[in-house]
Design a binder for this molecule. Structure first.
Ligand SMILES: [Zn+2]
Length: 337
């Protein structure tokens, strides 16, 4: 095992370090690494990417200052593609003559603003196979016709799959489908403040390699009544205890976010990383249904400053009098003109 490997470092006994005062105090990069591990604790795939980076022999040879810099770059988008890029960057900084393969994806696809490109050795190819731009594993890309680079993480509608050759097999290092294919966050009946917060949650999740998508957002009273009937007077399983006017979805301040499976279809699987999603949602000031007692609803997030989860039913009178705007005004999140 590599002795400078970050994973093995934590396994070393303290007594081994105690005999060497120079090693007793953690370096800045070790502290930064520990901090990152703590932040990403609930996201095993991000931690695995960090393990891969710090175990890299080029990374291990960087100065401590360079390591901190590299870890800070990793923190901006902690996923396997970023780790590959930073391994390549470490190799290049040690040997400027090197041509590291980790800097750019070996294969993949990108769909940007409705146009799909193939990816080959960091080149973006159009439908005719012509090179029309470049893409790197840190997520930055540039089309030849554009004057400035952009990032795959800037727009949650971007479909991106970056692959690295691992032995003889292509391995996905980033695989994100469009996060709001039905434009639910753009529905004018969804409060803008809520849409912004949910977008920020999905952006962060995507940076961490979590392939998420909006399932439902605004739901009208009749739609809510139809859902309530399910498992009662209509076929199917019971999915809600709220009738029309009793759910925050009916007031445009609740959204259900799920995961994409490998084929870009919505997935509610237990194995999805719901805990990290909930953690990110809470950090954006949203109430997460995964924290509820009783009917746990892990895809669900809602935002209603000044009110409790069970207060939705009390909004009906405001809604009757002044529609959604009146409800939002009561919470101080009215739409800006
Ligand atoms: Zn919901």
């Amino acid at each position: 095992m590599d002795s400078v490997n970050g994973a093995s470092r934590s396994n070393e006994t303290q007594s081994a370090n105690a005999s060497d005062p120079a090693q007793a105090t953690p370096t800045a990069s070790e502290l930064r690494e520990d901090e990152l591990r703590e932040t990403l604790r609930e996201n095993p795939q991000a931690v695995a990417a960090l393990d891969r980076l710090v175990a890299d022999r080029n990374f291990a040879q960087l100065t401590d200052e360079q390591k901190v810099e590299s870890l800070n770059s990793f923190a901006a988008a902690p996923n396997a593609a970023t780790a590959s890029y930073l391994q390549g960057a470490a190799e290049l900084s040690l040997n400027p003559q090197a041509t590291p393969s980790g800097l750019t994806p070996d294969a993949g696809t990108l769909t940007l603003d409705g146009v799909t490109y193939g990816i080959e050795q960091g080149r973006l190819l159009d439908a005719q196979g012509r090179t029309v731009g470049t893409i790197r594993n840190d997520g930055s890309l540039q089309l030849a016709v554009e004057t400035a680079p952009r990032s795959v993480y800037d727009n949650i509608s971007t479909r991106v799959q970056l692959q690295e050759l691992d032995g003889t097999q292509m391995r996905n290092v980033l695989d994100l489908h469009a996060a709001d294919p039905r434009g639910r966050l753009d529905n004018p009946n969804l409060n803008q403040e809520v849409a912004n917060r949910v977008t920020a949650v999905i952006e962060q999740a995507r940076r961490e390699g979590m392939n998420m998508r909006v399932d439902t957002a605004y739901r009208s009273f009749p739609e809510q009544d139809a859902l309530y009937a399910q498992g009662r007077t209509a076929p199917g399983n019971r999915v809600t205890n709220a009738r029309g006017g009793q759910s925050w979805h009916n007031y445009g301040v609740a959204v259900d976010v799920v995961f994409n499976d490998a084929n870009g279809r919505p997935s509610w699987a237990e194995t999805n990383n719901w805990d990290r999603y909930g953690q990110i949602a809470v950090s954006q000031g949203l109430e997460w249904g995964g924290n509820w007692q009783g009917l746990v609803d892990r895809p669900h997030v809602e935002y209603h400053p000044g009110f409790d989860a069970g207060d939705a039913r009390h909004m009906q009178q405001s809604h009757r009098q002044g529609g959604l705007e009146a409800v939002w005004d009561r919470m101080g999140i009215g739409q800006r003109p």
